[in-house]
Design a protein around this ligand. Structure first.
Ligand SMILES: [Zn+2]
Length: 440
């Protein structure tokens, strides 16, 4: 599994696509999937009928007296099929009704990765929804975006995927094979793929850039030293010789502001498409900037994943005002990664976390959002050796962030169908015999 998880996470990073193998069209296609042509943010979400398994949940009790937390949607997870038992346990123990798996995979290995993702969703009774990752190989070919849009259509209609996830490789690693240059985040040739998301009524979660300190010199004075010394390949500033050997050769990356500005140009150029800018709008360091992005772009949401430590450094009152202002555009997410013998909690250091660490990880999120405690540990101490002040959000805002905003971003009709569905053996009927063989 230690090999599989990085494979899944890196699916969008590496080239080498296979020919488009035919898949037996035996999975029913919900007729409403293509009818959702309006931006998904415009619709109203009816509640999901709770399933029996949901009623068995025993989440941690809030540290705010009398507060009853709703069932959560974790909008930012990375899941592997072989981790299904741990995923179920983690969902049950932390009050999570639905996980959005942003590592549904690209077409690089053919449809088998999508099949794995679908089997995971089916096995968990629809309590996981998968997002597709594009395959950047062949970029520069005039048909690249059309090819990926076609694959996305297949992932949505045949494998029940519910969104597209763009990794930070866009802007930092994906190569235009015609020119040998990095693909810019706002390259207009990606346009047909963004438009396909709008036509399908699915959101795009997008990771652009990384923490600002990753562009600073990599040395013990860098505030992210604990993290970067373990992952020197994440650093984009000057790297000391003893760590440089661990970093493969690469093109000079754009600056932090250049990447963020390109992202905003892309949001503006695609107003019909709904974007979830992950990691607190990709700029947790700059609250005013994220405020501006949300104000200027109605089609942008943000998630909280792996950045409480970073945005938690802003004064609590200012941050609380931000959450109040943008309460309809923020979704809860953690960046948890789960496989059979792999765990990631936002970000990992030299020592991998273990199952008993997961509940305190979620509790740290709850404590930050639900209480007014000061100078508390944030969920991923590897991401910064400092404390944060909690922001004590009112219950109606928590309801939106934990659940309602995510529901609005997803396809409600489909979700209701998922929630009502019993476990079936449908997985035996999809994919080619070859695909199923590969899964054994
Ligand atoms: Zn992530």
């Amino acid at each position: 599994m230690k090999r599989l998880m990085p494979l899944l996470l890196a699916a969008a990073l590496v080239g080498g696509c296979r020919p488009h193998a035919p898949v037996a069209p035996t999975v029913a296609v919900a007729p409403d999937v293509h009818a959702t042509a309006a931006p998904v943010a415009a619709a109203v979400a009816p509640p999901i009928a709770p399933t029996v398994s949901v009623l068995e949940l025993a989440p941690p009790v809030s540290e705010r007296p009398g507060y009853q937390r709703p069932l959560l949607i974790d909008f930012h997870t990375h899941l592997s099929l072989d981790g299904q038992e741990r995923i179920q346990r983690i969902m049950r123990e932390n009050g999570i009704e639905l996980m959005i798996n942003l590592s549904g995979g690209s077409y690089r290995r053919g449809p088998s990765q999508w099949l794995e993702a679908k089997i995971l969703a089916d096995t968990l009774g629809g309590r996981v929804l998968n997002f597709m990752n594009p395959d950047w190989s062949g970029f520069g070919d005039p048909d690249w975006a059309k090819r990926e849009a076609g694959r996305l259509d297949e992932a949505v209609t045949r494998y029940e995927f519910r969104g597209l996830k763009i990794a930070k490789i866009l802007g930092l690693g994906a190569i235009d094979e015609r020119t040998g240059k990095l693909v810019a985040v706002d390259d207009p040739r990606i346009g047909p793929l963004w438009q396909k998301c709008a036509d399908l009524g699915i959101p795009v979660t997008i990771h652009v850039a990384d923490p600002r300190a990753f562009w600073w010199p990599l040395n013990p004075q860098n505030e992210r030293w604990d993290e970067l010394k373990v992952h020197p390949g994440w650093a984009y500033g000057p790297i000391p010789p003893e760590l440089a050997a661990e970093v493969p050769p690469r093109l000079k990356p754009p600056s932090w502001p250049e990447l963020l500005q390109a992202a905003e140009r892309m949001y503006r150029a695609n107003p019909r498409t709904t974007f979830v800018a992950v990691h607190f709008g990709n700029a947790a360091e700059d609250l005013d900037y994220v405020d501006g992005v949300l104000a200027r772009n109605d089609n942008v949401y943000i998630d909280l994943a792996a950045r409480i430590g970073e945005f938690g450094r802003h004064p609590a009152a200012k941050l609380r005002a931000f959450f109040t202002k943008w309460q309809d555009r923020i979704v809860f997410g953690t960046d948890i990664g789960i496989g059979s013998d792999f765990l990631m909690l936002g970000s990992n250091g030299a020592v991998e976390p273990q199952l008993p660490d997961v509940r305190p990880f979620y509790e740290a999120h709850f404590r930050f959002l639900e209480t007014a405690q000061q100078q508390i540990a944030h969920p991923s101490p590897i991401q910064g050796n400092w404390k944060v002040d909690a922001i004590d959000l009112p219950a109606p805002i928590l309801q939106k962030i934990y659940r309602d905003n995510a529901m609005r971003l997803l396809d409600r009709t489909q979700l209701k169908a998922f929630a009502a569905r019993k476990l079936t053996d449908e997985k035996q009927d999809i994919g080619t015999p070859d695909d199923r063989q590969r899964l054994k």
